[in-house]
Design a protein around this ligand. Sequence first.
Ligand SMILES: Cc1ncc(COP(=O)(O)O)c(C=O)c1O
Length: 451
Amino acid sequence: MTVAASASRFDEVIDRRTSNSMKWAGAQTMLAPDEAAADPLPMWVADMDFRAPQPVIDALVAAAQDGMFGYPNGATKSYVAAVTNWQRRRFGWEVAPEWVVQTSGIITAIKTIVQAFSAPGDSVLIQPPVYAHFRDDVLLNGRFPVDAPLTRTADGYRYDEKVFEAAIRPDTKIFILSHPHNPTGNVWSEAELRSMGEICARHGILVVADEIHQDLIMNPALKHVPFASLGEAFAENSITCTAPSKTFNLPGLQSANLFIPNPRLREEFLRQYDRNMFPLVNVMGMVAAEAAYAHGEPWLEELLAYIRANHAHFSQAVNGLNGGLRVLPADALYLEKCRGPLYDEFALCGMAGEPRPGMPPPIYRSRDDLMRQTPAFQATLRRDRLDHHFDSAWRLLDNHFADANPYMPAIAAHVDRVEKMIARDDFSALTGVPKPIMAAELRARMQSPPN
Ligand SMILES: Cc1ncc(COP(=O)(O)O)c(C=O)c1O
């Protein structure tokens, strides 16, 4: 819908109904026949209906004309420069080139981070209502989400440090921060970020700052402050996730970046990433991302003005209906939140609204539900947990055999920890493997030299 006063490139209506898009075609499969018959607009995933910036299209056409699509040799210097210059220009944050790790997407990265920095059965802190993948991917990997819910206020949701710290358990290893927060649109202040970061540091929890929506600040009075830009201690205990996908409407090209200042975390992430997949990104995704960061800024400024106008138009129209729904202010993201008499509904944010009467509950709500509902998964979890502990002991030993290394005390401590865990009855009960067999397996693995 056209809401800007003068003509804009974003006025063009692109009909994607017949395209193979998750947003349009995929939505049809999620609807009951009567819902599909109403032909609703698919406001459920952060994927815009605007054409990508022309410099991106031009760069892709040039690369396609070149006709060479061989394996890329990792990130080029010009690619890394485009990414790091963007962070400096837009947020005043100096990202060192060696911190940049390419990935095909943030969901992929988060799954890998969960595997690398926690063990099956550990817990991961999240701030609901939040992007559904945070909860789902944690559960999918046999870890458990612990909720530090945002407090519902008259106009939205806010952070409460007491709630945040109280949610932490002894087995909480990771906090996944959504910043700006999807779906509430909260742009976290420096003080809030410091509070979250300091609490996590105190409890030995790694912060994963998902900043994929960093460029979409709707309230011009607010500014995005990257979590890791707060200082060295914050940078060293965090992994920042960014991508040009939401900003420039390129999610299908699967190109994203992580910034990992701490070399130990970087090495551990890469090790797990390499196990899961071949660590190269699509050449065309890289071409598009570089062009977007290097030449897409004017397009983005125009987009922000256009979306701000759309937000204003949407709230005026919905509030004017007097239908019991009130649109809440939006500080960030191109999504809308509406407050109804019973629950809040979030649109364009990749998640459903709050649970409401008559709706089936989510399949898994808690550790207990998960255990009750899926005996097969439970068995896998036990085996995974055992393997994870053997494996991390093995990797430490591997380092040890590789060369004289500084990790010897850590290796000894870890082996000791695994042995103690095996000696405990509850670990044996949890894994379902008898103690003597586990102990024998551990000894055997440790005695045979690595290949
Ligand atoms: C907070 C958040 N993180 C991650 C993603 C998905 O990222 P990717 O497509 O890079 O996996 C989304 C998409 O909506 C999102 O809102």
